[in-house]
Design a protein around this ligand. Structure first.
Ligand code: AMP
Length: 194
């Protein structure tokens, strides 16, 4: 196989969450990225689902690029076993670098930090700041209430159905990664490795 590595920026919880299904999904995403010779771009920590997805990608032979603010190195247990770990000064630098290094975005279950990252990336897409596909992996129904809220937002006239549909939502990690890759192809990129 040839071509550039498909770089997927994964947003996910710095905690493991209440159900084993969340860590299982994080491990599956990492395994799929790694097995396809892809690259994970993420927040650089070892804690919670963040550590799970990074370790699974590395174990499957993928590259992992972590980007972490210096002030969070202790709190999120900066991962020292990555292909690249960038220690930056601010959260803004982290988010910008994560977005720049990615071809596509995938959000796993997580808390308000994860929501913030998902919504920022998605709003940037809506505003035309980038054209990279944005995906949401709904594991064990975790994002059901959020999906309902988004539908409500459309019903109440604050969001267009077209914009709503730009978020790629799926319950299958494999299918969501395929959809993200296909959307990148639609952008004129060709990622033959995942
Ligand atoms: P959480 O989902 O709250 O566990 O956080 C997941 C990741 O999001 C962690 O690496 C946090 O450092 C990060 N995070 C928290 N707040 C923000 C924010 N305002 N912008 C971007 N990332 C954040």
């Amino acid at each position: 196989m040839s071509g550039p590595r498909f770089s997927v920026c994964v947003y996910c919880g710095s905690r493991p969450g209440a159900l084993p299904a969340y860590a299982d999904a994080a491990a599956e995403v990492g395994r799929l990225i790694g097995a396809a010779g892809g690259r994970l771009v993420y927040g650089g920590g070892r804690s919670g689902l963040m550590g799970v997805v990074a370790d699974a990608t590395l174990a499957a032979g993928g590259e992992v690029v972590g980007i972490i603010p210096r002030s969070l190195m202790d709190r999120e247990h900066g991962h020292t076993g990555l292909t690249e770990l960038h220690v930056v000064e601010t959260m803004h630098e982290r988010k910008q670098m994560m977005a720049e290094r990615a071809d596509a975005f995938l959000t796993l279950p997580g808390g308000i930090g994860t929501f913030e990252e998902l919504f920022e990336t998605w709003t940037w897409l809506q505003l035309g700041y980038h054209a990279k596909p944005v995906g949401l992996l709904d594991v064990a129904g975790y994002y059901g209430p959020l999906r309902q809220m988004l539908a409500h937002t459309v019903q109440q006239g604050f969001f267009s159905p077209q914009q709503h549909d730009t978020l790629l939502v799926d319950e299958s990690a494999e299918r969501l990664l395929q959809r993200l890759r296909a959307a990148c192809r639609g952008n004129g990129e060709d990622y033959s490795r995942i």
